[in-house]
Design a binder for this molecule. Structure first.
Ligand code: AMP
Ligand code: ZN
Ligand code: ZN
Length: 321
């Protein structure tokens, strides 16, 4: 296997696209390909300030690295979710990465901010952990972005993540979810834009970049992800990909380019301000505030919180570096 560019010994085979590259040319290709995706979908303005949601996994650390190299003013945001040793180690690798490179990092600790981490939150709200966690991440990341004056948030979602979501939304057809899915969610009043610059890279391609760049990341998966449907969908899609290289990318891009534009855009639901926190919601009180208010009620009944405890939606991120 030789590098497509320099004919030297190839290090990475990009099977889905039918070429191989040496280390130097792979690192160069990966950064340029990210920039192409950003330009094509107008995700970021040149040099724009962007809040990068960083979990400590390979995808979001690689994203932070690439956005910084491309000259964006990339500020990290990590949420410490209180999922035992997994969350502690996630914070550690994220902080180490920021420190080594002198990058600014904001941290929100769920337990410190609201009194409970994900496991207790799930139990007290009666939701499955991933649902309570997902809702908290979306809400807090957006609130920090808006309060800190960021127009846009970037996440490390890759092709495998996006193809698995599409697969799930087709297996269990959800028109509104299919209409919304994509690499860019535009900003609205009270909602920062959300972009996924890695949506065309497979998990393996991101991993190759992370390893070749020598980025230290947390290898373990969230313990709550075990048995998640998304893992089954990823496995199924990877079996197809193995027999038909490029299938995952064609599946996602084909949908986004050819099918999504023909789906009738759902009538835009009117958003109004949540009576508790002021952030956009379709009802009177947003789902984040509703979840926490019910958690506080239940926690008081169980004497886990004093009677006078009041749920406060506003968080104050801690600045590290
Ligand atoms: P996941 O749903 O865990 O695959 O994560 C998808 C993306 O969400 C990651 O690439 C990050 O950009 C972001 N993310 C996940 N967990 C966290 C976290 N604890 N703090 C900040 N961002 C996160
Ligand atoms: Zn080369
Ligand atoms: Zn609210």
């Amino acid at each position: 296997m030789v590098c497509r560019v320099c004919r030297g010994k190839a290090q990475v085979e990009v099977k889905s696209r039918g070429f191989a590259l040496c280390k130097a040319h792979y690192l160069e290709w990966f950064v340029k390909e990210t920039e192409r995706a950003i330009r094509r979908h107008r995700m970021l303005h040149p040099g724009e300030r962007v809040l990068v949601a960083v979990s400590g996994g390979k995808d979001s650390l690689a994203l932070w690295d690439v956005l910084h190299r491309l000259g964006y003013e990339a500020v990290g945001l990590h949420l410490e979710l209180g999922i035992g040793a997994y969350s502690r180690r996630s914070l550690e690798v994220t902080q180490a990465f920021a420190k080594e490179r002198g990058l600014p990092l904001l941290v929100v600790d769920l337990k410190e901010a609201y009194g409970f981490g994900v496991p207790e939150l799930a139990e007290l709200s009666g939701r499955v952990a991933c649902s309570a966690c997902g809702l908290s991440k979306r809400y807090i990341i957006n609130q920090v972005a808006v309060e800190e004056g960021f127009r846009v948030v970037a996440t490390g979602h890759n092709l495998d993540d996006e193809a698995a979501v599409l697969f799930g939304n087709l297996l269990n057809p959800q028109e509104d979810a299919l209409v919304r899915q994509g690499p860019v969610l535009p900003e609205k009043p009270g909602l920062a834009a959300r972009v996924k610059p890695f949506y065309r890279f497979s998990e393996r391609e991101v991993l190759s970049y992370t390893l070749l760049r020598g980025i230290r990341y947390l290898h373990e998966e969230c313990p709550n992800a075990k048995g998640a449907k998304s893992l089954l969908y990823k496995e199924a899609l990877n079996r197809v990909e193995k027999e038909m290289p490029g299938a995952k990318l064609r599946f996602l891009e084909g949908f986004l380019e050819k099918i999504q534009p023909r789906l009738k855009a759902e009538e835009e639901v009117a958003l109004r301000e949540c009576e508790r926190c002021g952030y956009p919601t379709t009802g009177a009180v947003c789902s984040f505030c509703r979840m926490w208010e019910s958690v506080y009620r239940r926690a008081k009944r169980r004497h886990l919180l004093p009677e006078e405890a009041q749920f406060q939606p506003r968080v104050e991120p801690v600045r590290v570096g």
